[in-house]
Structure formats: structure tokens, C-alpha cells
Design a protein around this ligand. Structure first.
Ligand code: ADP
Ligand code: GLC
Length: 530
């Protein structure tokens, strides 16, 4: 493999850091973690990956961890990051023309971020992964493969203790780092969804300078093609996924998508750590997106949010109608194809249905037709709208989060925090976060939602019918709502698990840790000469 991606932009720093002993790093006080993701809220988002890629590093900053985020420089990300400046021009980086690293901050949350600004790859109209018609960008292998080369180059500059990679878009960085010269950071790969693998024909990687051995079965070969996800699983030191149940499920053919054998072989390096949520951003007591805030003790604001949501979506103003919501990507994973089958049950029960999302075009059309058929009873908003998602959770009585598989799921946690009880299929992180309202759980006071087991429309419909029946029992419902709103879904526990994992990877005992103030701005991030 040629090494021209490994631009020597930090030899001064490298010399300094490579001379450090682990105990020096401990004295320095913090572990440097380069946190790499293809989406980070609020810079760019298609789903929960973006939320976790902001809230996890945010929770760890100041706890002995010094995070630096790194992501592609999509136009939306470059527009949204604040206090930006070019910190490195990547001349002769590739044949793709100019590229640079822009350093900035996430607005409000104030996390330092590096954006890989390569206009030939990322400056275009459309989505992060798809064009305006919903088709994958034909050059995704080059887009994210080149991004991964930039990750390895910048790791050679900033010299993190740990490079934390997330999902297939970052997988090849593990391969580049494994083949790089000199001192290497420890690497951790988090699987957010095994269903997205970044599979490409081998030819699509021709410009990525991969070593020949990478194309073998022991490398990233995947049924005659290549899998970027496999690179992360194969070359990182440790692996995590986003819930304990999903960590077990991905060892089976049903959820392993052909990589269960590799995962079984690496089982001792794999752990399931339940995602947390940003409980500051998703807080019904302070949420600026809501027309009225509320608490578990005083739900009057929630009743007003319901009335406001009905007005906003063109639903009949009616506090007596249970408001059932679905706010999600329209994909088979989320059983969105089963939502239309639920309509007769909902309408017969006098309920209203609010849908927010985008994705599968046939489902979008089918849902829009149902809205026309049931004016004032069904509202469908196609598109991605962060504020609307907050208002839907605040205004809804019941939130639907069915799934054929669900690595973690954040929606059910947001729903509970906003006093809407979730209906989920008991898989992955849904099973780890929702306690079903069966007789025993209602009796012992742990029930906080409704769960079904079979992946069928019938099972989901029966579960929703059960939830609607319970909604009419206002005292029991109120108790479950209070219980749901009191659940702790923040990063306190899982954040500690990540810190332990990082320290284990770098062998730095926590007791040698000396807290230092967080550096004021990324100017102090060790940079070579720009
Ligand atoms: P996944 O990442 O599989 O889509 P999660 O439950 O982990 O599922 O996270 C989904 C995230 O995306 C949540 O923050 C949810 O509010 C958000 N979301 C999904 N669809 C929309 C939409 N149409 N508009 C705004 N936010 C959305
Ligand atoms: C993926 C998964 C979802 C998870 C999210 C964040 O998008 O589908 O279950 O909550 O990543 O980890």
C-alpha cells in the first residue's frame, strides 16, 4: 500500500507523544479520543447515529476524556458548525482536487469538531448517502473510503489515545490504521446497525490504495465483494454495539447479515453497551421546541402540547381521542409497512394517528392516501423535521416503535421521557428499555410501555389494541406515565462503561488520572504546520 495518504503533518507532535509512557499519559490527565462518525447532531443527521455521536462524546468530555469529533464536510455541517477556520490544507491528498480540514465547534453543545472538506465528494445537493431521488450516491465507496484515509492521516497528526469509529462509513479507517507505520492509537468500533454494511464491488475501491491482502476472506471480502463494515469488525482492537440484547442477536444468522461467524470469533472483544440519550436536549421541562413545557408532576403542559399538535397537523382538536404517533425512518426495519394495516383498529377505537418520517416512496404514497381518506383523524408529514419530532413525542399519548430488529432505538426512550407510552417489539434495545404492561409488571410498578414478540402486523395490532384499552384506565395509565418519565436514560452508567473500555484499551489506570481543565479551543489541538 502506498503511504501518500499518511501525510506527515505532525512529526513534531508525534515525536513528543510517542516518547510518552502510559503513566505520563495518565498524569497528563485525559485520554484523547478521536470520535469519528458520518453524522453528528446538529451538523448532519438521518437517524439515531447522529444523536449518539453528539451525546456520547458530550457526556464524556470533562470526565477524563478529551474528545475531538471528525466527520465529512457536508454543506449542512459546514454551515452549522461555529467558529470555523481552516487548520490544514490537504494538498496532493488525492486526485480529487482540493481538500482541507476545517476545525470548528458544534453549536450549543460546544464540542470541538474537524470537518473533512472535500468538495468533489461532499459538496452536492441531496442526502448524506443518497441523491434527491433516494438512490445511493454511485461513488459512496470513494466518498467514505477517502474520508477514512483522511481519518488515518489526521490520527497521525493529533495522536489520539483511542480512535472510536462508528458504523460502516468509518470502517476502512481501521484498515488504514492497522497498516500505518509508527505508533498506533487503540481502536474501537461501534456497531449501530448490522443492516448497513457498505458493500461495494471490488472495482469501486480501485482508487483507495488498499493492500492486496485486504481483498482476501480474512480481510474485507464479502461474498465476492467488499464490506466496509467488515473492515471495522476485522481490524479494530475492540467492538461494541448499542445494547446488550443486540450484542447477543448479532451472533445469529438472523441479525448477523453474514458476518455472524466473524463476530462469534471476536466475541471476547465484543460488548453491548446500552445507548444513552441527551437528557438535557430531550427534556420536556425545558424543551424550546415545545409550545408548553411540562413535568411528570404537572402534565397540564402536555395536554396543551397535544392540543397544539392537533392544530399543527390539522387533526380535530379533541382531548378525548388517544393520539397515536409514528415518527421514524420509513423502512422495513421499523415495520412501517404494517402501519397502514393498523388504521382500521385505530379508527374503530376513536383514536388519531400522526405520522412523521420519510423513506420508502411506496409507503409515503400509501400513508398520504390514508390521510386523504381520514381527514382530521390521520395526519402524515413527509420529511425530516427535528422540532416536529420533539412536538410529536410531547403531544402523543402512544408512540409506535415496532421493529423487525432494533440495535438500540432512541425513539422509545424519548417517548417515555415525554410521557408517551411506547408500543415496541421486544427485540434489541427495545427489549432492554421497555417493561411491558402485563399484569405482574403493573402490579409491581415497573410497567412503562407495551411489548409484543412476533414480527407481524397482527401481533402489533393486538398490542396497540391493548395499549388503547389501558389508555381508558386513567389511573393505571397515569402511574405508568410517571414511571416512564422517571426512568434514567442519560449517559451516567453507559458513559462509565465507555470510559472503562477506553482505559482498558490504553492500559491507563483510572487512579493515575489527574483532572485538568478542558482546553479552551481547538487551536490547542496539536497541529502541525498548516
Ligand atoms: P434509527 O437510528 O434506526 O432511525 P433511533 O430511534 O435510534 O432509530 O433514532 C431515530 C432518530 O431520528 C431520533 O432522534 C428521531 O427523533 C429521529 N427521526 C426519525 N425520523 C425523523 C423525522 N422524520 N424528523 C425528525 N426526526 C426524525
Ligand atoms: C442505528 C440503529 C438504532 C440505534 C442508532 C444509534 O441507527 O438503527 O437502533 O438507536 O443507530 O445507535
Amino acid at each position: 500500500m502506498t503511504e501518500h495518504w499518511a501525510i506527515d503533518i505532525g512529526s513534531r507532535n508525534r515525536a513528543r507523544r510517542s516518547a510518552e509512557q502510559p503513566q505520563d499519559r495518565g498524569r497528563r490527565g485525559r485520554l484523547r479520543v478521536l470520535f469519528v462518525s458520518s453524522e453528528i447532531f446538529p451538523l448532519a443527521k438521518t437517524g439515531g447515529l447522529a444523536d449518539v455521536s453528539a451525546s456520547l462524546p458530550g457526556a464524556l468530555a470533562g470526565q477524563g476524556i478529551e474528545p475531538l469529533l471528525l466527520m465529512p464536510g457536508y454543506p449542512c455541517a459546514l454551515d452549522t458548525a461555529v467558529n470555523k477556520r481552516v487548520v490544514y490544507e490537504l494538498r496532493e491528498f488525492s486526485h480529487l482536487g482540493d481538500a482541507r480540514i476545517v476545525a470548528g465547534w458544534t453549536p450549543d453543545t460546544g464540542l470541538p469538531v474537524w470537518l473533512f472538506d472535500c468538495p468533489a465528494l461532499f459538496d452536492r445537493k441531496g442526502g448524506l448517502y443518497q441523491d434527491e431521488q433516494g438512490c445511493d450516491w454511485p461513488d459512496n465507496a470513494l466518498r467514505f473510503g477517502t474520508f477514512c484515509r483522511a481519518v488515518a492521516a489526521m490520527a497521525a497528526n493529533w495522536l489520539p489515545d483511542v480512535v472510536h469509529l462508528n458504523d460502516w462509513q468509518t470502517g476502512l479507517a481501521a484498515l488504514y490504521l492497522a497498516h500505518a507505520q509508527g505508533p498506533k492509537p487503540a481502536t474501537l468500533f461501534t456497531i449501530h446497525n448490522m443492516a448497513f454494511q457498505g458493500i461495494f464491488p471490488r472495482e469501486a475501491t480501485a482508487e483507495l490504495d488498499l493492500p492486496p491482502s485486504a481483498y482476501e476472506a480474512d480481510g474485507i471480502e464479502y461474498f465476492g465483494k467488499v464490506s466496509f463494515l467488515k473492515a471495522g469488525l476485522r481490524y479494530c482492537d475492540r467492538l461494541t454495539t448499542v445494547s446488550p440484547t443486540y450484542a447477543r442477536e448479532i451472533l445469529t444468522p438472523e441479525c448477523g447479515f453474514g458476518l455472524e461467524g466473524l463476530l462469534q470469533a471476536r466475541q471476547s472483544d465484543l460488548s453491548g453497551i446500552l445507548n444513552g440519550i441527551d437528557d438535557g436536549l430531550w427534556n420536556p421541562q425545558t424543551d424550546p421546541y415545545l409550545p408548553r413545557t411540562f413535568t411528570a408532576r404537572d402534565l397540564s403542559g402536555k395536554h396543551m402540547c397535544k392540543a397544539a399538535l392537533q392544530r399543527e397537523l390539522g387533526l380535530k382538536p379533541n382531548p378525548e381521542a388517544p393520539l397515536v404517533a409514528f415518527a421514524s425512518r420509513f423502512t422495513g426495519q421499523k415495520m412501517v409497512d404494517c402501519i397502514p394495516k393498523l388504521v382500521p383498529t385505530l379508527m374503530a377505537a376513536g383514536a388519531q394517528l400522526a405520522v412523521l418520517g420519510e423513506g420508502d416512496r411506496a409507503t409515503e404514497a400509501e400513508l398520504a392516501a390514508l390521510q386523504r381518506e381520514w381527514p382530521g383523524r390521520i395526519a402524515v408529514r413527509i420529511g425530516h423535521d427535528e422540532g416536529a419530532a420533539h412536538r410529536v413525542h410531547a403531544g402523543a399519548d402512544i408512540v409506535l416503535a415496532p421493529a423487525r430488529f432494533e440495535p438500540c432505538g432512541l425513539v422509545q426512550m424519548y417517548a417515555m421521557r415525554y410521557g408517551a407510552l411506547p408500543v415496541v417489539r421486544a427485540v434489541g434495545g427495545l427489549a432492554d428499555t421497555v417493561v411491558d404492561a402485563n399484569a405482574a409488571n403493573i402490579e409491581n410498578g415497573t410497567a412503562c410501555g407495551f411489548a409484543f414478540t412476533e414480527a407481524s402486523a397482527e401481533a402489533m395490532i393486538a398490542c396497540v389494541a391493548r395499549a388503547l384499552g389501558m389508555w381508558r384506565q386513567s389511573i393505571t395509565w397515569r402511574r405508568m406515565q410517571s414511571r416512564a418519565m422517571a426512568r434514567e436514560f442519560g449517559w451516567a452508567r453507559s458513559g462509565t462503561s465507555y470510559i472503562e473500555l477506553y482505559r482498558g484499551l490504553t492500559n491507563i489506570p483510572a487512579e493515575t488520572r489527574v483532572e485538568e481543565p478542558i482546553e479552551a479551543e481547538p487551536a490547542q489541538v496539536a497541529l502541525g504546520t498548516p
